[in-house]
Design a protein around this ligand. Sequence first.
Ligand SMILES: [Zn+2]
Length: 422
Amino acid sequence: MYTKFMSENKKKHFSFSIKKKMKGKLGRIGEIQTPHGKIQTPAFVSVGTKANVKGLTPEMIKELGAQVVLANTYHLYFQPGDEIVKKAGGFPKMMHWDGPTMTDSGGFQVFSLGEAFGTGVSKVASGEDIVVSERKGYDKSQKFAHIDEEGVTFKSHLNGSMHRFTPEKSMEIQWNLGADMIFAFDECTSPLAPHDYQKEAMERTHRWAERSLKRHNELDRENVQALFGVVQGGRFQDLREESARVLGAMDFDGYGIGGSFNKEDMAEAVGWVNSILPEDKPRHMLGIGEPMDIFAGVENGCDLFDCVSPTRVARHGRIYSYDGPYQIKNARFKEYFKPLDSECSCYTCKNYTRSYIHHLMRSKEVLGQTLASIHNLYFIVKLVDDIRTSMKDEGFEDFKNSFIERYYQKEDIKREENTCEI
Ligand SMILES: [Zn+2]
């Protein structure tokens, strides 16, 4: 009886409907209804790490077409603290954003940023370091993060103080932060980790998923938050499929596809998972924002994508364009009196030249970073909007091929610069 009431009540606040499916592929056009408005999918989720999309006001974010903002549990837990965010009415109210919102679980930052901060270890290698260091019997007191069955103990990247996250704690923090959509606490592993460790971590993530669901249902009696489970399993087909089956049978409102992938088999691995996950729930490909990967994610059944890269690289002068990214600080733009991209309709491109933004960037003016961030975020949000439009008109393949051929025409594009690590 209680379960029935829960599911009926939940429908009032949160739902997902599929409008159209791609022929012969897993991709679909859909619509997510949240308490703060609708999201047309596939959609790009703007990352507002500490309850702000760096350098942009909510009015700018809205004007450039962003539908939804994701903030980071780990960062807001430390600064200003989730209790303060709760007193402010939740992070959406605090940052004056009235549209749909998400928070991640904090798991990714605990394992990568907590473990690897300041060491130069990348997102891909960080999980492996945990495994290797544990196997070699390293002194555990020297590590930044230690995983046990109950949760994770880790050192703050700010001051070295010790903290502990459990699935229950992650739910409590995310409840205080107050987003529309939140994620179950999971262990993010390296794609390089061996099968036996991936299996162990995945099974722990499944147990944590059950605990996350239980605590979430206790906290959210009004059913105002949707909870997404996070599929793990690394690069192994049997584990990814098992994770999709186990989590797919739990009563989540949607699913995140987490962990790091090998670039070469990412599309295939996402396809394994999405062939099994319930079709009527939205799927979020966590931390993916490279155009080529978004195309692969969409045709393999993903609905949401997030990445901090558009604004992060913009602040360093890296500008997206249909002819591939370029560096605006380059001397050749000193007297280039045309927009960042002549085919772009963003606020920056309608009003400013490369010469002016080159000047602002070279003289380290904050406005340069803001204008470049507006352009890059608009560019990637519009790319996913255009993908959605192409799916409506059965033109996905043509659009994908023409975009990729042009965007990646220069051999010197380094994809690894576009990291989504936050
Ligand atoms: Zn532009």
